[in-house]
Design a protein around this ligand. Structure first.
Ligand SMILES: *Cc1c(COP(=O)(O)O)cnc(C)c1O
Length: 413
């Protein structure tokens, strides 16, 4: 089955739901079982079944199964947010003394989380761009995770997933990829060799910005060397399910990082239209980026779909249906950026991405307000930069709105 058919008709056990066409919201904390023996088996993972919604829940399970299918993994664990997913995926593997090698262009919240991990004794090394060359040069015996985003945000650099995953594996290191900005519509990182993919479902998966969520999907292919990853030892007997079994039975349940059944339902519905939304978003973004690229007021347009973009070739080779919905523009000065930002009438001025509506933000003064100049530069954040998350509007209206906003430069005071 192709992408959209899989989205709509992927495994769902209608009989379990009284023939309902969608998984119902199982808004129940606990699930009763008639005998001590049955409960014992469920708690020991020796029988399928649900016991307590902090651990698993049928609605959440349906969402996890659908994402697993799309990403081509062996299983998923849905979390309360994208940040909870990143925290759980990483800390499930690491311990004090370990190091993460990360792209410097990761999401601002992820940089904040990596800062927090220092208190647990986990160190971070940032690389300007992840490649075989930079990985080979910076890996050491403590490096246990290579982490990157398919499309860095807001730098919009595109990772060569296969190259990065292969380089990680040459050193016996697990490769974790954040696919939030690209989505499985553009690329399935597991099929290119990544071991674990995480996503914030709050963005394109949900699509309408009506619920926060995150999800971790495992390929099951990474071979955990218990000398390098001693925490995996008790779970090694689970074979390909070692990572997921450890996660669900330890950190995930113990930190209470679960997704609520209602949010799982909202994300499940959002997911059904991911393909058609992304198709239109990619089309709009390309038209808008090409138009912006011809405007004299704009110093630089960054969009992987533009032929002159430094990441265009790898994006073209790696992505299936387009180049995503994120575009950035630089206007020369912070004042010009603020003028254009304020003059825009259609886009919502908010800090997130991946909505049905077009969104804009000035990252330097908001999301990166607490970052150092150095961190901002390596993340591709500049004072004169506006990030656009393109939505589903008629693109002619967006162009007209940007045209009038650009004309305001220099007119104020
Ligand atoms: C938003 C986002 C996150 C965090 O997700 P939340 O659901 O907001 O916690 C992580 N990574 C990327 C790339 C994001 O855009």
């Amino acid at each position: 089955m192709k992408f959209n058919t899989r989205l709509l008709h992927g495994k769902l056990n209608h009989e379990e739901y009284h023939q309902a066409t969608l998984p119902p919201i199982f808004q129940s904390n606990a699930f009763e079982h008639s005998s001590a023996e049955k409960l014992e088996k469920i708690f020991q993972n020796k029988a399928p079944g649900f016991s307590y919604s902090r651990i698993n829940n049928p609605t959440v399970d349906a969402f996890e199964k659908r994402v697993t299918l799309l990403e081509g993994g062996i299983g998923s664990v849905a979390c309360a947010s994208g940040m909870a997913a990143i925290f759980n995926a990483i800390v499930n593997i690491l311990e004090a003394g370990d190091e993460i090698l990360s792209s410097a262009t990761v999401f601002g919240g992820t940089i904040g989380l990596f800062q927090d991990l220092k208190a647990l004794g986990i160190r971070i090394t940032y690389l300007e761009h992840l490649s075989k060359e930079t990985i080979d040069a910076h890996v050491n015996e403590h490096t246990k995770v290579i982490f990157g985003e398919v499309i860095g945000n807001p730098k919009l650099d595109v990772l060569n997933i296969k190259e990065v995953a292969d380089a990680a594996h040459e050193h016996g290191i697990v490769c974790i990829i954040d696919n939030t900005a690209a989505t499985s519509f553009l690329v399935q990182p597991l099929s290119l060799g990544a071991d674990i993919v995480i996503q914030s479902s709050s963005k394109y998966i949900n699509g309408s910005s009506n619920s926060i969520g995150g999800i971790i999907t495992d390929s099951g292919k990474f071979s955990w060397d218990i000398k390098k990853y001693p925490q995996m030892k008790p779970f090694k007997k689970m074979g390909p399910y070692a990572f997921l079994a450890k996660l669900r039975n330890t950190l995930f349940r113990n930190t209470g990082a679960c997704l609520s059944p209602t949010n799982a339902f909202l994300n499940y519905i959002g997911l059904e239209t991911l393909g058609v939304r992304m198709q239109k978003i990619c089309e709009n973004a390309l038209v808008l980026a090409e138009w912006l690229n011809n405007q004299k007021e704009i110093k630089k347009v960054q969009y992987p779909g533009l032929a002159d973009n430094p990441w265009h070739q790898i994006a073209k080779q790696q992505f299936q249906h387009g180049y995503g919905g994120l575009v950035t523009i630089r206007l020369g000065t912070k004042e010009a950026a603020f003028t254009v930002f304020d003059a825009l009438k259609i886009p919502l001025k908010v800090s997130n991405i991946g909505d049905t509506k077009t969104l804009v933000i000035h990252p330097s003064s908001t999301i990166y307000a607490h970052s150092t100049e150095e961190e901002k530069i390596s993340a591709g954040v500049y004072d004169d930069l506006i990030r656009i998350s393109v939505g589903l509007e008629d693109v002619e209206d967006l162009i007209e709105d940007f045209a009038q906003a650009l004309q305001q430069i220099g007119k104020e005071n």
